[in-house]
Design a protein around this ligand. Structure first.
Ligand code: FES
Length: 143
């Protein structure tokens, strides 16, 4: 059996929503302490809906595929829905990742939350700080 699913390979080879949004409403950037990789997300929000999203990453193939899939999952969704996106949902949508690559999908979950937090902060929207924990723990991180 192949190490990576066809969906992972597709999103790695043809990542969706790569780039920068110059006038983004929220920007999130996170780094993976385990491997040093970096991911950055830009979002546009209109009337509570994420109307556009772009990403850049200095990361591995699994990070690229995770970011690409995450952008597809939350584009067009309400902000509250995007906040609920977990790395597990990203992995499932990709038809799985190897266990030692699960931590790459955690970056995608963290960066979405970071971009949404930035959006809330910039717009003076109140929120419970518990919604944005400093880092997510990943029991599979062994790098
Ligand atoms: Fe660093 Fe995948 S994000 S190895």
């Amino acid at each position: 059996m192949a190490l990576y699913s066809e969906k992972v390979m597709d999103h790695f080879r043809n990542p969706r929503n790569v780039g920068v949004i110059e006038d983004a409403d929220g920007i999130g950037e996170v780094g993976n302490a385990k491997c040093g990789d970096i991911m950055k997300f830009y979002i546009k929000v209109d009337d509570g809906i994420i109307t556009d999203i772009k990403f850049e990453t200095f990361g591995c193939g699994s990070a690229i595929a995770s970011a690409s899939m995450a952008t597809e999952l939350i584009k067009g969704q309400p902000v509250e829905k995007a906040l609920e996106l977990t790395n597990r949902a990203v992995v499932e949508a990709l038809d799985g990742l190897p266990v030692h690559k699960i931590h790459c999908s955690v970056l995608a979950e963290e960066v979405i939350k970071a971009a949404l937090k930035d959006y809330y902060d910039k717009n003076g929207i109140e929120y419970d700080p518990a919604m944005f924990p400093e880092t997510q723990d990943c029991e599979h991180c062994e790098l």
